[in-house]
Ligand binder design. Sequence first.
Ligand code: COA
Length: 145
Amino acid sequence: MFIIKKITAFETYTVRQEVLRKGKPIETCYFNGDNDSTTTHFGLFEDENIIGVVSVYKTNSLLFTDEIQYQIRGMAVLENFQNKGYGEQLLKAAEKFCWEEKANLIWFNAREKAVSFYSKLKYKIVGNSFDIPDVGIHFVMFKRN
Ligand SMILES: CC(C)(COP(=O)(O)OP(=O)(O)OC[C@H]1O[C@@H](n2cnc3c(N)ncnc32)[C@H](O)[C@@H]1OP(=O)(O)O)[C@@H](O)C(=O)NCCC(=O)NCCS
């Protein structure tokens, strides 16, 4: 049994570090806007243990002209718990929140390895791949409501 609930930015950092910034200092897990009033963080818990996190920012991308845009960042499921459907549940919770906030569009920078995961959930790629130093090749992906 698992639950997904809203959490603080601080609570995301251990999972972000383990999954997204392995071996790097905790400061590399602090993202711009983490503590903005328009930012929301979700955690997936099994019993009392945090297994996965995702964060949602009210940020527009210049690639799109849609009025209300939300960016998803910091999507991470602990390695031992991947491929069990938890990532999908977290992404769906983040999406539901964005649509309830009247978002016209959700976008994010997706790691090359995660593109197939997002494609199954009906996100599309826009533009060419680009490199984020120390993290790797990414694509911008999006979905409209
Ligand atoms: C990407 C990530 C968030 C996905 O989370 P997850 O919990 O593994 O995702 P899911 O289990 O919902 O789906 C992952 C895959 O397992 C498959 N799957 C889902 N439920 C499953 C189940 N019950 N049994 C077996 N496989 C399953 C899905 O079809 C999916 O396949 P795909 O990779 O070919 O798309 C996670 O793997 C992760 O944290 N990766 C490292 C960090 C990262 O890349 N983050 C994204 C940055 S953009």
